[in-house]
Design a protein around this ligand. Sequence first.
Ligand code: XIL
Length: 323
Amino acid sequence: LAGLKYFGAATDTPGQRERAGYEASYAQYDAIFADPSEFGQTTPTNGQKWLFTEPSPGVFNFTEGDIVVSLAAKTGKLLRCHALVWHSQLAPWVEAKNETEWTKEELSAVIVRHIEGVMGHYRGKCYAWDVVNEALNDEDGGYRQSVFYKVLGEEFIRLAFKTAAEVDPSAKLYYNDYGIERPTSVKTEGTRKLVKMLRDAGLRVDGVGMQAHMHADNHPTAGDLEATMRGYVQAGAAEVAFTELDVRITIPVNETSLEWQKDGYQKVARACVKVKECVGITLWDFYDPFSWIPYTFPGKGAGLLWFEGFGKHPAYEGIIDTF
Ligand code: XIL
C-alpha cells in the first residue's frame, strides 16, 4: 500500500440495496468486499446518517448502521464513520421546525444529544468520524445556509467538534466535504479557514476528508492534489484522506473515457502515496450498480472499479500499478 494505512470501499446495507431495486443478496459482491487483498477499510454509505439514527427527537435507531459496523468487524476492516452533523439526509423533524422557531439553546441541545447518542453508541469502534459534513457552499466557499448555520452561525461547527472530542476521544475527528480537491478553489480556501477556526478555538480537528467525487474528463493533477493536502496540513490537520472516491463517466463508456478514468484514479493514488499525512483512500462503494452516481447525475455512471456483472475497469489495474 506504499505507506497508506488503508484502501477501502464504502458499502450500503442490503435493505437499502433492495429499496433501490436490487436484490439484497449478492454472493460475489460480498466475497469481493470481504477479501482483505481488495479492501482493508469500509464506511457505511447511509446507515449512520441522522435520518436513520435519530428519526424522531431523542429516539435512536441503530439497525442500519449496526449492519455495516458488524460486517466491518466480521471482515476485519478498519471503520470510518459517517456523518454526524449534515444538512442532507437529516431527519425531517430537525428542519420541520422552522429555523426561526428553534432557539440557539434548543438546537444546540439537539446537536449535543445527537452526537452523544450516535457517537456514544459506536464509541471505540470508529477509526474516524466525519463530525461535520459539507458545511461550505459552492459559490464562494462561505458557510452553507443550513438550519444549523442559520440558527447558530459557525458556532454549530465548534459545538459539534467539542462534543465529539468529549464523547469518543479515540476517534479521529474529520471535516468532510466535496469539491475541495483543487488547491486554489474557494471551497478549498474555506476548508483551510474552517480548520484554522477550530484550531484557534482550541478544539481538536484531526483530519480533512476530501470526498473526491471526480469526473473522468476533468480532474485535478497529482501535483494539485498534493498541494491541496499540504494546505490542509499547514492549516492544522494532522491527516487527510480521500473519503468517497468515485470517477464518473458520461455513459455509454468507451475506451477513451475509461482511460481518463484510470488516469483520475491513479492521480489520487499517486498523490496520497506522496503525502505522508494522507492516511487512506475510500471508494464510495466498488460495484457500479450500487453507486449513487446514476441516480444523482443523470447521464453519468460507471464511476467505480467493477462493472455490472463484475468485470473490472481498467482503473483497477491502474491503481494496483501505482501502489
Ligand atoms: C449518498 C449515498 O451514496 C446515497 O445512497 C444517498 O442516497 C445519498 O447520499 N456526499 C456524502 C455522502 O457525504 O453521504 C453521499 O452519499 C454522497 C455525497
